[in-house]
Design a protein around this ligand. Structure first.
Ligand SMILES: *Cc1c(COP(=O)(O)O)cnc(C)c1O
Length: 415
């Protein structure tokens, strides 16, 4: 019965071009990556789909720091943080992260988690108790959606970027604790939430702002300290989540917030308490990652990334206009080319791959039905030549779809 059911579900996914398949990388995360099945010679692909925005994931200094951490602390932590797994490397990392966020969040402390997914479950379930209300942005990341589902709080959703609608919802609410929950940089769209306006609403309505800066930490702000530095926001009402497996190039996440909030998470958040602490070596490597982000190298990498983003947007804008597609309104390293149709997004992704270029086709349920897209992400490790190659290949891949009714396609079909 179960297997019959699953077979039908798989056939349905296949019919809607929604089947997901994993690919095997044979080399480190980098623009040029070898990809292919086990036991076969992998193909070398120029990739535009990682979240390694600064190109730190295969940085020799981080690999060396990870090895150094393993020599000092071994491979595993051995237990959860509250039992015996909390190491000096974790504590040093939390202290550094708290210092980074303290200019934006007075009295901030930081708490390190194994993953951003767990950190979001932890914050929303620990703070979203019965009687509270979570006001959730409609394009929030799946981990925030799942956290809201698990929380005992009431959940209200507001439309993407709609500050006025949220204001109305807050004004009507009689809830004892109001928590606004949003991505800062939207993961599939690349646009930035109107955080100044959201924070002003929080101040007006005695609410708190939980913000997930997975795609801003390390890349945004002069020092790479994230979206709060970028926008110059300061408030004790901010509850900040940054992830450390994207721009920071390693793994894990952290929450920075008022010390009483952090103390509450340590004591009550089940996704924090009931899991083995990340290997101390990972936290040790992250200390080096923070040095790189904040140092000269980080500045150079962010400046280079900004140039690549401008170059890509210029090319994609022309292409989207010609094909009748939509280029997302994004200034970040996430550039979505919204082609709408699931099968078309897959066909374009396949056409690029035939030219040795890897770009992810993002389909429902990750994005809304009818908004399938190529999600192109840039890294500071890309060169201008890489971006040029992508634009060239995309122009060729797009041609059959922009000239659907023209004679040239008929000729090709006849040939
Ligand atoms: C990737 C991501 C997460 C999850 O972080 P992990 O460390 O990968 O678990 C959370 N929120 C957003 C917006 C993300 O993009």
């Amino acid at each position: 019965m179960l297997l019959d059911h699953l077979k039908r579900a798989a056939a349905e996914r296949e019919a809607q071009a929604l089947t997901r398949r994993r690919r095997i990388a044979h080399t480190a995360c980098a623009p040029h990556q070898s990809v292919g099945p086990l036991g076969e010679t992998p193909a070398s692909l120029l990739t535009f789909c990682s979240n390694d925005y600064l190109g730190l994931a295969d940085h020799h200094a981080l690999a060396e720091a990870m090895a150094d951490g393993a020599r000092r602390y071994g491979a595993g932590s051995g237990a959860s943080h509250l039992v015996s797994g909390h190491s000096i490397a974790h504590a040093q990392l939390e202290e550094r992260l708290a210092q980074w966020l303290a200019p934006s969040i007075p009295n901030a402390r930081a708490l390190y988690f194994c993953t951003g997914y767990m950190a979001n479950l932890a914050v929303l379930t620990a703070l979203g108790s019965a009687g509270a209300t979570l006001f959730c942005e409609s394009l929030n990341h799946a981990s925030l959606i799942d956290g809201a589902r698990l929380a005992k709080a009431d959940v209200v959703r507001y439309p993407h970027g709609d500050v006025a609608a949220l204001g109305d919802q807050l004004a009507e609410s009689k809830s004892a604790l109001k928590l606004i929950v949003t991505d800062s940089v939207f993961s599939m769209d690349g646009d930035i939430a109107p955080l100044s306006a959201l924070l002003a609403l929080a101040e007006t309505h005695d609410a708190w702002l939980i913000l997930d800066d997975a795609h801003g930490f390390g890349v945004l702000g002069e020092q790479g300290h994230g979206v709060l530095e970028h926008l110059g926001l300061v408030s004790e009402r901010l509850i900040y989540l940054g992830t450390l497996g994207k721009a920071a190039g390693v793994a894990g996440a952290f929450v920075a917030a008022h010390e009483l909030i952090i103390e509450h998470l340590i004591n009550t958040a089940r996704p924090y308490i009931y899991t083995t602490a990340a290997p101390p070596a990972v936290a040790h490597a992250l200390l080096t990652s923070l040095d790189l982000i904040e140092g000269d190298e980080g500045h150079v990498r962010r400046a280079h990334l900004a140039r690549l983003i401008a170059q890509l947007r210029e090319g994609l804008g022309a292409l989207a206009a010609q094909a009748g597609w939509e280029l997302g309104d994004s200034d970040t390293a996430i550039q979505p080319l919204i082609v709408r149709d699931n099968a078309l997004s897959l066909a374009l992704s396949a056409a690029l791959e035939a030219e040795g270029i890897r770009v992810g086709a993002i389909r429902p349920p990750t994005v809304a039905a009818g908004t399938a897209r190529l999600r192109i992400t840039l890294s500071a490790s890309h060169t201008e030549g890489d971006v040029h190659r992508l634009l060239d290949a995309l122009t060729r891949a797009t041609a059959p779809f922009t000239q659907r009714d023209s004679a040239s396609v008929d000729c090709k079909e006849a040939a």
